[in-house]
Design a protein around this ligand. Structure first.
Ligand code: KG4
Ligand code: ZN
Length: 304
């Protein structure tokens, strides 16, 4: 639905949520022997995100909680990503350092205890997933860009286009890298580009994808290393959609070989409901249910 626009269109997303939510929930619950009656609580994403989609979800969850007499908790989407590591490895407990890498976020966060998270680093400009998506467009690759860039990079030579390595003390930055890819494409010259300004030669696309991916992964791993020095954590989780990237997974495992490293399976990296249930369950234990009718918060910044 969104691919032809090269990104998510908020109105279409909200309408699609409304169309799909009841049947998606029913289908998920059909996996339980008792269906709805097997539930002890409902968790729902309260923010951050697109307001239309958040409203559909919370309105549905609030009505369901009322109708079924279940406690309801509103959860931060980012807390969901941080907690997704505990879905992947039940032995993982706070404190741990999480690298949260998604379409909207690039953060290092220490989860000190349940409900207690501190942000150690964030991006100054683009999120890394956004950079993957934008570079994909420059290279004529399909949306969503992350998996497409990864696939193209597999056949590429990362050394053909030397791209800058950004290394900042307590933050990330991806706009310089994105611009460097733009210039590298431009510098190929008009004869090498098609009418959309995309390189004609598939090998050149592969080499640029590989160079971008290597530079992005390098920055993430260095940033994680610096954050680790500033935290007292000895466990690392890499979470969010970009954690599905195989080059990042491999680089983190190599660089932190002596530490406990949890990188969830792909289904728990990209957005999913299980991570919201996990974060919601811990929140319910600690703070009890939220008042019915709570509001959504599109700019919510909580990590726990
Ligand atoms: O967490 P997520 O599913 O949604 C947000 O909360 O944003 O992350 C989506 C982002 C997109 O930018 C997508 O391109 C990126 O994750 N992504 C990847 C890969 N799979 C998804 N980036 C790089 N490599 C991948 N394999
Ligand atoms: Zn997400």
């Amino acid at each position: 639905m969104h691919a032809r626009y090269g990104g998510v269109v908020p109105e279409l997303a909200a309408r699609a949520h409304l169309d799909a939510i009841a049947s998606v929930v029913d289908e998920a619950l059909s996996a339980l022997p008792g269906g709805w009656s097997d539930l002890s609580a409902i968790a729902v994403t309260r923010g951050p995100g697109l307001i239309g989609s958040l409203l559909v979800g919370t309105a549905y969850a609030q009505s369901a909680a009322l109708a079924r007499g279940l406690p309801l908790v509103g959860v931060s989407h980012l807390a969901g990503h941080v907690y997704s590591a505990m879905l992947a490895d039940e032995s993982l407990q706070p404190p741990y350092l999480a690298l949260v890498v998604s379409g909207g976020h690039t953060d290092c966060v220490v989860l000190r205890d349940h409900g207690d998270a501190t942000q150690l680093a964030a991006t100054r400009d683009d999120a890394v997933g956004e950079a993957f998506d934008k570079v994909a467009r420059m290279l004529g690759l399909p949306y969503p860009g992350g998996p497409a860039v990864q696939r193209a990079a597999a056949g590429g030579d990362a050394s053909r286009f030397p791209l800058p390595r950004t290394r900042l003390e307590d933050s990330f930055s991806f706009s310089g890298l994105k611009t460097a890819v733009r210039y590298a494409v431009r510098d190929l010259g008009p004869s090498q580009l098609d009418a959309n300004g995309v390189p004609r030669d598939p090998q050149t696309v592969a080499d640029l994808a590989a160079a971008f991916q290597a530079a992005a992964v390098d920055q993430l791993v260095s940033g994680l290393e610096l954050a680790l020095e500033r935290s007292d954590a000895d466990r690392i989780a890499v979470v969010g959609g970009v954690a599905a990237n195989s080059a990042l997974r491999e680089a983190v495992r190599q660089r932190f070989a002596g530490l406990k490293v949890v990188i969830p399976p792909l289904a728990y990296c990209t957005d999913n409901a299980a991570m919201i249930a996990m974060a919601g369950w811990h929140r319910l234990q600690r703070r009890g249910a939220d008042a019915p009718g709570f509001e959504v918060d599109p700019g919510l910044g909580e990590f726990a």
